[in-house]
Design a protein around this ligand. Sequence first.
Ligand code: GLN
Length: 231
Amino acid sequence: QQASQPAAAKVLKVGAEATFPPFEFQDEKSQDYVGFDVDLMKALGKQMGVEVQIVNTAFDGLIPALESGQIDVIASAMTITEERAQKVNFSKPYYKSGLSIVVKADNNTIKSFKDLEGKRIAVQIGTTGAEQAKKIKDAKIREFNSASEAFLELKAGGADAVVNDLPVNEYFLAKNASKDAKLIGEVLNAEEYGVAVAKKNTELARKINKALDEIKQNGEYAKIYEKWFGK
Ligand code: GLN
């Protein structure tokens, strides 16, 4: 199937920046793409009668890839913003999120977003976290291709803080049982994630919204949520 015929294609090409656990990442052993968004897209695909194939794409390359037809869908913990909505068709929101700060465990000066003034902040390029960090007075922003690289920069001492999506920060700290980093309590900006399709692809957008309603009704969404965020 050609990517230029997404509506008719039996395989839905789903763009995701796959180093963003627990939403999209590669299983260490199998190297399979796994995560909340991956399960969500598989469930939506099942409702729509199509296969889904994850195409690992840089975060700042996702919207261009959608516009050029290399992918049919974006499912990449992408926050619905007005700016992005001018370029893509977002589904109904499927996940409530927000931004938070991670600092080194021994940092006692940063306790809120206000305290980030003049600080070195590591972020992932093209994200709402990057945008938010850029608004902070006198902050020195270091942009990385992935959130994990931003965390590494913090660890290496090249940044004072990471600004990134709360559930991803929480997962990172839990997984790394981190003694050297901690989460700041303040959460900024309720954000909502949406699945995106090309502007012109209104039929696919409609199908995705319908499938989203269906998996919320039949309990599949709740199962996936429980799998990744239960306890
Ligand atoms: N939710 C954030 C955004 O949309 C970060 C997404 C991501 O890095 N995958 O900008």
